[in-house]
Unconditional design. Structure first.
Length: 322
């Protein structure tokens, strides 16, 4: 069509006939919205830069009819000058408001835009990503979410593929991981998110982002298990073990459990997998809950060592540090 030709040769035409470019586009919009089939218009113009705005061409995905947060050069509200051609805009894919796919497209555009300075990219991508999360939280239960080639933002404000990011569900574990540059360099932590309507800062479940606690395991250094206890602290070791194994400690645990569950009954599973209710009485030595707690504590052993170290492992590749 005539409009497709103008779009392809826009830079050359604009440099020579800047004064008539707007008239050419608006005349084409008017003709097409009155004479062309909807399916044909969408197929031909949805994926090309065909919308004229401030003497530049944009994709239909860069424009919406209603928008609270404008993302300069990437997502904006349709100007009044285009009002007579709203039918054309709708037919080529311009929507009433921005949804998660608009912000997802902007993230990809930002990732591929080599003209931006690092600081500009960080600032724009942070705004975009938070809008993406906000809209996705509202839409994730309404239908299919396209995660193909989705880009997200790390806590270093770097744009990375969705599959390469990790959600920090355990801040203590993150602190430990960051003590080892070789290990932390393998991970891209997701940008901290504002709380949702349920006061949770977790990312939308539909993204399937890996949790740090599922990816990293933390165990005592295996060499400590076979090391001899430090005799200098044998007395302290005996005192700790005595306190853990005394009946008063078991009763205290049961009282805390009673208070936490706020009920007088507890359901426990016994060896033959049947379930029965038991009364939780911390002073009843025959109470099964008390007996179970006491028996477990009796098996504990305490060993004091001169140093304590952890082994941290990335379960995705087996890489370990101590």
């Amino acid at each position: 069509t005539h409009l497709e030709l103008i779009c392809r040769e826009f830079n050359q035409i604009n440099s020579i006939h800047k004064d008539i470019v707007e008239k050419l586009f608006f005349h084409s919009y008017k003709f097409l919205q009155e004479n062309c089939d909807q399916q044909i218009l969408f197929q031909r113009f949805n994926s090309i830069e065909c919308i004229l705005y401030e003497n530049k061409l944009f994709y239909p995905r860069n424009i919406v009819f209603s928008l609270d947060t404008i993302i300069l050069n990437y997502l904006f509200k349709a100007p009044d000058a285009l009002k007579p051609y709203y039918k054309f805009l709708r037919l080529v894919g311009v929507t009433q408001s921005a949804d998660y796919s608009h912000y997802s497209a902007v993230m990809s555009d930002l990732f591929n835009d080599g003209s931006l300075t690092t600081e500009s990219r960080k600032k724009i991508s942070r705004t975009t990503f938070l809008e993406f999360i906000s809209t996705l939280r509202k839409e994730e239960d309404t239908g299919y979410i396209n995660l193909h080639n989705l880009m997200v933002l790390s806590d270093r404000l770097e744009i990375v593929p969705l599959q390469n990011v990790v959600y920090i569900d355990n801040t203590r574990l993150k602190v430990h991981v960051q003590l080892f540059p070789d290990l932390s360099s393998q991970l891209n932590f997701l940008l901290d998110l504002p709380p949702n309507s349920l006061s949770s800062c977790e990312p939308p479940a539909c993204l399937g982002i890996k949790h740090l606690s599922h990816l990293i395991t933390e165990t005592l250094d295996p060499t400590l298990r076979n090391s001899a206890p430090d005799v200098r602290y044998q007395n302290e070791s005996n005192q700790i073990e005595y306190r853990l194994k005394c009946r008063e400690f078991s009763r205290g645990l049961i009282r805390i459990y009673n208070h936490t569950t706020s009920t007088n009954l507890s359901v426990i599973r016994i060896k033959n997998d049947s379930v029965k209710d038991i009364t939780k009485d911390p002073n009843n030595k025959h109470d099964p809950l008390y007996l179970t707690c006491f028996q477990i504590l009796k098996k504990l052993s305490v060993k004091v060592v001169s140093r304590l170290s952890l082994q941290i492992t990335n379960v995705s590749n087996g890489y370990s540090v101590t």
